[in-house]
Design a protein around this ligand. Structure first.
Ligand code: AMP
Ligand code: MG
Length: 472
């Protein structure tokens, strides 16, 4: 059966100043690395042999019903406003409505230059493509809202970064690619008509039950306040929470220099370009609030009464830290086996995190082992942990089934940085076995399988990854 993608495009019908329509730049010798069959099915995609999939997901052929375009946006990068960004190496093929009734974007990443490429080549190399494929799918399996990976294709061409690397193209799926920065660009241009059009479109697509700019702002705040504590619960550091990388539907987007922590430290940073630690593990909630303030600023001009609007918007932003704290408490309490969380439980959680910092404990392995002897082995001074454990046991004695709650709140497997690096090194020389193995392991991150026990180990000193890169 030949490949059929039931495109049903709406972004392509928005005004022409929202995007540039263009085809992908063809590549010389593409080959398929990975195709996510279950996701394809959810999207309503049917059929397709390897050759067809390769042609479509390399951008060499335009599928029937596709109306490819690069989206325009701007954004604050590390706090500095950049008036024009946009898809510089990505192309929206179109949208489909999935079996769950949800409309989703299908986008190529690494598909060649667009009018928004600035000095970039519009390409991606194999490393970041496989990294995003694995990490985004792992996030999904961990139950965290995220963009997904539908396909990865080797382009057959070389891409120049620090040196020449094999080029690749990722097909990304998202409930949309509308970012805070998509709103910011029209606000900065004082183009209120486009801003209003975008708001109406986004509300209809993502939050059909809310009303007006304030209702929309509150809905996005709620979604982001739910997302960030979920990241923290698995030790995830996004690494580049610029407003152009903050999607208004509340999915994790743009897996560049992101990383999962091995040893716990609240100030942990991996991204090589985050020199000031703006996007460290524990600053993520503050940055999410800052980002929402930028969205609020962009939306205020759409309100009839400026002063009153500013007050209402300010109130919504000021309520966000407490919203994040509540969600954070619930998530970390569940990690300790506590279902009926009390405000006082925060003390117990923070006491453990402090011990983990001082004791250089592995984040994932400590939580996964709580209550067993191997938890105390995580700490430099296990006796200090013993005292905490006694207190914790007392607290959970009144819980009905703490261990069942812990088992579904504490993954045993995360995509560890050193494993990702190892997987990329192998893929560069044509060995995709580590990629496939990681994919299998990470599809069930809460299951203890002996065949994957090596993937649970933290890195040795020699294996430790100190920095991650945007890799574009
Ligand atoms: P990012 O930090 O990955 O979110 O990218 C920031 C901006 O740079 C976006 O507008 C991207 O489209 C653009 N960009 C990143 N890499 C490239 C590339 N290789 N070619 C063209 N544009 C790029
Ligand atoms: Mg980006």
């Amino acid at each position: 059966m030949s490949l059929s993608i039931p495109f049903d495009n709406t972004y392509a019908n928005l005004p022409a100043n929202f995007y540039s329509k263009l085809a992908a730049k063809t590549v010389s010798n593409p080959s398929l690395i990975a195709y996510n069959g279950p996701l394809a099915m959810e999207l309503g995609i049917t059929g397709g042999n390897d050759q067809e999939l390769t042609e479509i997901f390399s951008g060499n052929k335009i599928a029937a019903g596709s109306d490819p375009l690069a989206q325009l946006y701007s954004g604050h990068q590390f706090g500095q406003y950049n008036p024009q960004l946009g898809d510089g190496r990505a192309l929206l093929l179109g949208e489909t409505i999935g079996s769950d009734g949800v409309r989703r974007d299908i986008q190529l990443k690494g598909s060649g230059p667009t009018p928004y490429s600035r000095s970039g080549d519009g390409r991606a190399w194999l490393g970041p493509v496989l990294r995003e494929y694995l990490v985004s799918e792992a996030m999904h399996a961990l139950g965290i809202p995220t963009t997904r990976a539908l396909a990865a294709v080797l382009s057959g061409e070389l891409v120049l970064r620090e040196k020449l690397f094999p080029g690749a193209i990722l097909t990304r799926v998202a409930s949309s690619h509308i970012r805070i920065g998509t709103f910011q660009i029209y606000a900065a241009q004082r183009d209120w008509t486009s801003l209003r059009t975008l708001l109406d479109y986004t509300v209809a697509r993502h939050y059909p039950n809310v009303e007006g700019p304030l209702g929309f702002l509150r809905a996005v705040i709620k979604a982001q306040a739910a997302l960030i504590p979920k990241w923290m619960g698995v030790g995830f550091i996004h690494g580049v929470m610029n407003t152009d990388n903050c999607q208004v539907a509340g999915e994790t987007i743009d897996y560049g220099p992101c990383a999962f922590m091995d040893r716990y430290h609240p100030m942990q940073v991996y991204s090589s370009i985050d020199r000031m630690g703006r996007y460290s593990y524990s600053t993520q909630p503050d940055i999410a609030v800052w980002n929402m303030a930028q969205l609020a600023t962009a939306l205020v001009p759409l309100m009839p009464d400026g002063d009153e609007a500013i007050q209402a918007f300010t109130k919504a932003i000021h309520a966000m830290p407490e919203l994040i704290s509540q969600n954070w408490r619930t998530i970390f309490a569940a990690k300790l086996g506590i279902s009926a969380v009390q405000r006082e439980d925060e003390g117990l959680i923070n006491a453990l995190l402090t011990l983990m910092t001082d004791g250089q404990a592995d984040f994932t392995n400590t939580f996964a082992a709580l209550g067993s002897t191997s938890a105390r082995d995580q700490f430099i001074e296990p006796k200090k942990y013993d005292i905490w454990e006694t207190e914790w046991q007392t607290r959970i004695a009144t819980e009905k089934n703490p261990h069942a709650l812990m088992a579904k709140s504490n993954p045993v497997l995360i995509p560890r940085n050193h494993r990702i690096e190892e997987m990329i090194s192998a893929a560069i020389i044509g060995d995709y076995a580590p990629f496939q193995r990681l994919q299998r392991a990470l599809s069930a991150p809460f299951e203890q399988k002996s065949e994957f026990s090596d993937l649970r180990l933290g890195p040795s000193v020699a294996q430790e990854v100190k920095a991650t890169f945007c890799g574009t």
